[in-house]
Design a protein around this ligand. Sequence first.
Ligand code: KIV
Length: 293
Amino acid sequence: MRVTITEIKQMKHRKEKIPMLTAYDYVTARMVDEAGVPLILVGDSLGMVMLGYESTIPVTMDDMIHHTKAVVRGAKKALIIGDMPFMSYHISLSDALSNAARFIQEGGAQAVKMEGGEVVAEQVRRLVSCGIPVMGHIGLTPQSIHQLGGFKAQGKAMKEAKKLLDDARILEEAGAFAIVLECTPAPLSELITQKLTIPTIGIGAGPGCDGQVQVISDILGLYTDFVPKHARQYARLAGEIRNAVADYMSEVKSLAFPTDEQSYTMDESIIKQLQAENVDDVVASEAKQSKCR
Ligand code: KIV
């Protein structure tokens, strides 16, 4: 049985921290799921860490559905959340609903995430009323990077901090089952967490949140173009991969790879016949004989 939003909400009430990770492909999703992570986000961060874009803005619905399907095939236990990409939920309520429905029906996800507070409250209400669980996302919202003027902490000043607190309350009231707080000061995140009955999931938001989310490529040390302040590397896979590729190249060049162990054998006599000048005649006569039998 998959994890449900009810179980996630109960974790807050039991004061049990909620780990969440992103995944974008079958193999990784399978490993994350086997490790027991209850929430997997198919984040639009895939635009940067999988597709090499400079931001999440170019990511399309088709990109997201393609990766969501792969993650769903790999992860059988975790609750999978599809991240609604830039402008897939702002233009109209009906757009928001039909794009969210694609994540659930085509992608196989169990929930969607959208960025923004009050500005998306109506969309959250509509989706939830149609049976689609929604995770909110406030603070640093990467789809608004041009408006925010860069990847930086949000809510340090009184006015912005109050706005984030209000947004969190509005999202809860609209029916969101959890809210991501991204790059918000730790004391503010803690206050928001105390004021809400639904879980907060922090990324660069301090230890006071109900859960934590990280981009898988950051914690594995796979994406090294930019390592955010809030990430900790639990492995350095980029270096491991570079070394493995260099070893492979040098063994191919030195003939150390492949050996008999990685090769297939066949009857020596067939090779001898193939080497013979009259190979076509031999094959034709064998075919004739087998037809007559
Ligand atoms: O796209 C993403 O990976 C996210 C997380 C950083 C929360 O939105």
